[in-house]
Design a binder for this molecule. Structure first.
Ligand code: PGA
Length: 306
């Protein structure tokens, strides 16, 4: 059988509409051109595909079989086209990501892993605090955000993928450094180095202390976890930070986690984007990557969000 895609396309339209006139309109062809394509197709198949009764045309049994196969072939072609388009989009593409200051370390690690699998990707990574990040998403400036618990907002798609425990850190020579089971009230008179207003860590810490009717003094306010860690190491007070920011300091014994009752404050990491955002193939691939690999990268400690 020597048939062309064009013949199949014309046949599919005539068989579906059971009318040469309508098929020719749909295909923007003249009616004789449509008849000619069908005639050639019937010559190739060697069997009539339509029969005429009065002014109407009907599919013969062979025509019905052919209709079934022509539809399958055109669906397969459409699918192939879609897959190839996606692959084209995946080979190159831009990714606009914004992450909470605290998520910076592991988000950068995840991006590096993703980059190895998608060499054509260009990433623009913004590291900022929660408040600013929410403004960026609302203004549709970024594809995807990685942040602490997002606000309840029907316009946002939010997916939690990992734990984010907040702990109390001290320098190793702090008087509480080696105590076990420190009751919460002992923090009452302690001085803290805290994150800036608008930080998710700061809000969670404040909420936690308020819930426990605890008043703590803050000696200094800083908009970088790095600065907090330095200040705590220098003995300027205690800090409340995400466990994901202190891996190195714990290893090198420059900071210790205090064993305080009711800690850690359990937060979670979320991947967030606007509901109506049409994620490009690269952004979609990054989303799937975070939701699968991100889960593996950060082991779950369990526990509910506070
Ligand atoms: P932050 O966000 O870096 O703004 O503190 C982290 C969080 O929301 O837990």
């Amino acid at each position: 059988m020597n048939i062309t895609f064009r013949q199949l396309e014309v046949f599919e339209a005539v068989a579906r509409l059971l009318s040469y006139t309508q098929a020719s309109k749909e295909l923007h062809l003249s009616q004789p051109a449509v008849s000619m394509q069908i005639k050639q197709l019937e010559e190739s198949t060697g069997i009539p595909l339509f029969e005429k009764m009065g002014r109407k045309i009907y599919l013969t049994e062979a025509g019905r079989e052919m209709y079934h196969y022509s539809r399958t072939i055109s669906h397969q072609l459409e699918e192939a086209e879609e897959v190839l388009e996606q692959l084209k989009g995946l080979q190159t593409g831009k990714l606009e990501i914004t992450v909470a200051t605290t998520a910076n370390a592991f988000a950068t690690r995840m991006l590096a892993m993703f980059n190895k699998q998608h060499v054509g990707v260009t990433v623009s990574l913004d590291v900022t605090n929660r408040e600013h990040l929410l403004r960026q998403i609302a203004a549709n400036e970024k594809d995807i955000a990685i942040m602490g618990r997002p606000p309840e907002d029907a316009d946002l798609v939010t997916e939690s993928f990992a734990d984010n425990p907040l702990v109390v850190v001290a320098s190793p020579d702090h008087p509480l450094a080696h105590e076990k089971h420190i009751p919460l009230y002992r923090l009452q008179n302690q001085t803290f180095v805290v994150r800036e207003q608008g930080s998710g860590t700061r809000t969670a810490m404040q909420r936690f202390f308020d819930q426990h009717n605890l008043r703590v003094t803050s000696s200094m306010e800083m908009n970088e976890n790095e600065a907090i860690k330095q200040a705590v190491q220098a003995g300027m007070g205690l800090g409340v930070v995400s466990i994901h920011t202190i891996e190195l300091e714990l290893e090198t014994n420059r900071l210790v986690i205090l064993d305080v009752e009711d800690f850690p404050i359990m937060r979670h990491w979320y991947l967030v984007h606007r509901r109506e955002k049409r994620l490009a193939p690269m952004a979609q691939a990054f989303k799937s990557f975070v939701l699968t690999e991100g889960r593996k990268l950060i082991p779950s400690l369990g526990g509910n969000e506070k």
